[in-house]
Design a protein around this ligand. Sequence first.
Ligand code: PEP
Ligand code: MG
Length: 852
Amino acid sequence: MTQTPTPISAATGVLLVAPLSGSILPIEQVPDPVFAEKMVGDGISIDPVSQVLVAPCDGEIVQMHPSQHAVTLQTAEGIEILMHIGLDTVTLRGKGFTPKVVVGDRVKLGDPLIEFDADYVALHAVSLLTQIVIVNSDQVARFVPKAGQVLAGQDLVLELLLSKAGTTDTSAISSLPVVTSNAIPVPNPVGLHARPAAVLANLAKQYQADVRLKKEDKSVNAKSVTALMGLQVGFKDVVSLVAQGPDAEAAITALSEAIANGLGEEGATPMVSTAEPKPVPQPVTRPRSDDPNTILGVAASPGVAVGYLHQVRQQEIEVAERGGTSDEESRKLEQAIAQAQQEIAALQAKMQAGEDAKQADIFAAHQEILTDPDMQDTTAEAIIRGQSAAYAWKQAYTTQANRLAQLKNDLLAQRANDLRDVGRRVLRILTGATTEAIAYPDQTILAAEDLTPSDMATLDRSKVVGFCTIAGGATSHVAILARSMDIPAIAGGEERLLEVANGTPVVLDGTRGQLRLNPSADEMERTRQRQARIAERRQADLAAKDQPAITTDGHRMEVVANIGSLADAEKSVALGGEGVGLLRTEFVFMERAMAPSEEEQADIYSSIARALGDRPLIIRTLDVGGDKPLPYLPMPHEENPFLGDRGIRLCFSRPDLMRTQFRAILRASSHGNVRIMFPMIARLEELRQAKQVLEEERQALGVAPIEVGIMIEVPSAALMADRLASEVDFFSIGTNDLTQYTLAMDRGHPKLAAQIDALDPAVLRLVDLTVKGATQHGKWVGICGGMGSDPQAVPILVGLGIQELSVSIPTIPSIKAQVRGLGLAECQALAAQALAADTAVTVRQLVPLPEE
Ligand code: PEP
Ligand code: MG
C-alpha cells in the first residue's frame, strides 16, 4: 500500500472505492497514450475480474456514453470521475454493455452502473483494462493511487486531496471580441468519444481563451472532456468553435485544424467542409438528353423491355410528435421492430428459395439495420425526452439515411436507400399505415424517384418488365437485385421522368441506360424482335456453357470466374466456369469484428477448392487498405489512400495477418488445384519478400510448393513484366486498378466514370507489354479486371495473346460463346489496330457491340 504524507479523509478529499474487482495498474502503464499520458485526467486502471461496474462513491451520473462503455459520476464536491471500460470499446457500439443508470440518477457507493459481458468485450476489443480517471484533475491537489488486488465496492483504489477552488477572473475575458470558426465536419469514425475528446480538451487547455464547441444549438466547454463527450458528436456531424480571450484567434486556428484532422485518431479521414447537407446528392455529371422523347440514365441492369410507364409515388407517413408515456412508446417500438424482423425474415426466406443467395444477403443486412445500436439509442433517448416512438424513429432513420447519402463513398451512399426501406417498414407498423397493393397492367415499366429492396422483393414479375429511377446507381442494392432477377433497369435517370404520364408507351434499354418515350409502332416491334433475339442467344449460350472457348482456328481461351465465396464458386461451375481466376479473399475478412483465424480461412479455401474439383483456384491474398478498410485493422489517415498502405504493402506491415493467410492457403492446397496470387505488386523486391515469407511458411508446414502469380495492376509492374516473369508462374492483369493508375483517375470517381476506360490505348499498350514480358519466359497471362467481361474487349484480348479470362459469373456462358465465334488471326489484326489507335473511343469503334 502507498504511504501518504498526510492522511486524506472524507473531510479533506474524496475517497474512491474499487468500481470493479481485479488488480490495479498504474495509469501510466495503460497501453493507450490518451490514458497513459493523462490526457483525459489522472487516475488508475483496473484489470477486472468482475463484470459489474459499481459506483466508487456517492454522486450523480452526469454522462453516459451512447455506446454505454463509459460513464461519468460527479461527486458533491464537483469532482468528475470517468470510468471507461476497456480500450477502444467505443467501436463495439454498445454490444456487450448493459447500463444500469441514466444521466441524472443519484447513486450510492456500490450501486451498479454498467454490467458488461467480459468475454464478449475481451474478444472484440483491444483490452478489458478499465480506467478510472478524474477529468477535472485541476481540482485535485494530490492523487494517492493504491496498488494490488481489490474487491469491488470494498477496497480503496484512489484518494484525492482537493485543491482550494480557485476562481478565474472572467471579467477581463468577457470584454474581448468573440471569434468563431468555420463549420467543421468531424471525421472520426465513432465521433468524439473519450480519446479524441481528451485530445481536444488538452489542446484547448493550452489557451487562455474560453473555448466552446458547438453542435447545432448546443455548446459546451471545450476544455472539459465530459462536456465534450456529453455533446454526443457523431461521425460527420458538423461542429464549430467559439472562443473569447486574448489568444482566441490562435485557439480557433489550431483547434479547427486539429478537429478537421481527426484529433490524431487513426482511421479519421479529414473531410472537406460542406455547405448545408442535401438529403439526396445527385451524381455530379448526370447524363442529359436533348431529345424530349429520350431519357438518359445509368445502365443498372442489362436487357431491353417494351411496355407502358407507370409512376410509383411514395406517400409520406405523417406522425405525431407526442405519444403515450415513455414506457408505452418504448414497448410499441420494441413490438414494431419485432414484427419488422419477422417480415424481413419472410422476404429473406422467399429470396433464399429463389436462385440467388445474394438477394437474401441484402435482407440479412436489413435485419442488421433494424437492430443498429446507434439508431436504437437515438430513438430511445428521444422517447425518454417525451417524443412518440413513431416520431423518434422517423427522425433517427431519416437523419442516419441523410448522413449516409452524403458520404463520398458511393457504395455507402447507396445504402441510404436500404436504411429508408427498413425505417419505413417499422414506421408503417408503428402507425398502422397500409401499403396498397397496386394491380399493375401487363407490360408495366415502373418510374419512381427511388425503389427499395422490399419493393423489388414483392414485385409482380408477370406484370412488371422493367423500371427506371431517378436515384441510385449501378451499385445500389436495387440494381443488384434487378440484375439477379433479370429485370432491365435504369438508375440515376433524368428528373423529368417523373412528369411522364401513366400509360405512355416506352422502350427501356437497360444495357445502354436509355428510356425512349412514345416510340413508333415500328420501333416497338423492332425492340420486341431484339428481345427475342437476346433471349434466343442467351438460351443458346447457356446450352453450350460446357463447351470450351476455342476460336474458329483452334486457339483455346480459358474462361474462369471472379468469386468471393463458396456459393459463387458453385454457381460459376454450374454456368460452365473452368475454374477461378480470382478469389477476392478480402470478402472473407470483411463484415466481421476480428480477422478470421487460420482454421476458418483454411476451411473456406479448402471447401472452395473441393467445389472446383481439379479446376484451378487462384487465391489472391488480402487486398485491403486504401479505400477498403477493415474494422479491426486500424489504418492511419493517408492523404492518398490509393497510393498508400494497401494490398501487399499492408500485409508486410501486418506479418501476423499475412503469415496466417499464407498458412491457410498452403493447407488448402492439398484439397484441389490451388495457386496463390499477390495483389498490388509494384516492385520486384515486394515479390521476392512475399515469396520468401510464403516459402518459410511452406517449409514450416512441410507441404508441396504451389504455383505463385502476381496481379499486374500497377504500371511499374507492367513495365517490368519481363523481369518479374522470370520469378513467377503466371500474371493476372487487374485492369480496374491498372486503368486507374495509368490514367491517374480514381476508379470510383463519379465525374470521371465516362473517361476512365480500360480500352484506352495506354492501358492496352501495358497489357501488350505484360504479355510480351511473360512470353519471354514461357509464362501465361490472364485478365481478372472488369475488362475481361467486356464483350468489346474480348476480341482485342484474344489478339493480344491473353490466355485466361477471369470474368463475372453471369457472363461466363456468353463470353465462352463469343470466343468460339472469333478467329485468332482477325483478333491479332484488330489488336494491332487498337494498339495504334489514338483514343478509347476509336478503339471501341473498331469493335462494335455484339449484335443483339
Ligand atoms: C483489378 O484491380 O482489376 C482487380 C481485379 O482487383 P480489384 O478490383 O479487387 O482491386
Ligand atoms: Mg485491384
